[in-house]
Design a binder for this molecule. Sequence first.
Ligand code: UTP
Length: 294
Amino acid sequence: MAKVRKAVIPAAGLVTRFVPATKAAQKEMLPVVDKPAIQYVVEEAVRAGITDILVISGRGKRTIEDHFDRSFELEYYLETKGKYDELKQIREISELGSIHYIRQRDPLGLGHAVGVARQHVGDEPFAVILGDDIMVDDGHLLGSMLEVHQREDASVLALLEVAPAEISAYGCAECDLVVDDDSLRRVRGVEEKPRPEDAKSNLAVIGRYVFTPGIFDALDQITPGVGGELQLTDAIGLLLALEPVYGRVFTHGRYDIGQKLDFLRANIELALDRPDLGPLLADYLRALVRDRLT
Ligand code: UTP
């Protein structure tokens, strides 16, 4: 069975939820502490053993490309100033694997963005990692999805239990339990952004997927769905009729940096975990809570 060697990072959305920051800048380049969001995502793929990464980009493609490219000018400057730690960090970014780019000319939807990857991915299984969902779990979720794919030779979705009222912001998965594996599900149906009263479950499909190449034929068949966009969820629905699809339920570690509150949470929580920033930030937060919030 083919091992997953390639990951696709769709990063071409128009971004309406994070203006004005994203008027000119790409959402995936927003810094979380001191790294752009997309670097966390690329590092996650590399940690899971995937080194061929395709970024689906829209406008603002240059900034992402420049970020993962070498910067001889900056490297020279840091070297002459003796800033060797910074130099090491900058060099490591450009050695993070083999990163390719394809442009999605029009943001017709996530389903369309993934379909654009076909010419690069070919007839192989592959992972899709959304560039605006950061997972802080040491690659555990993606790693366990790859294991399920390897064992079952099937597509695998990441599923998160959300409050019933929130399901209308996500794709919703209707699932069966799987014997002997508490967090694995057999997916029976998917629906994009159902009304809470119509939702078949409160399991939301979140931005990590492992697909068999069969998804590309399904993507070829979909028509505009919810919001007039070509929805990946609709293609998964077609795939389900032909092949088994599994879901791995996870509980923590995800930040949707396309949402302002989650973006702030990501910055605070990731900075608290950093030895160089955590203790000082914790002191500051304690004083803030004492003086302004109680
Ligand atoms: P979102 O649903 O978050 O849409 O896309 P968006 O346009 O990025 O942001 P909002 O909701 O308007 O604020 C989910 C993921 O799919 C990518 C986005 O870049 C994001 O990573 N995407 C979406 C594309 O690459 N192309 C598209 O046509 C649509």
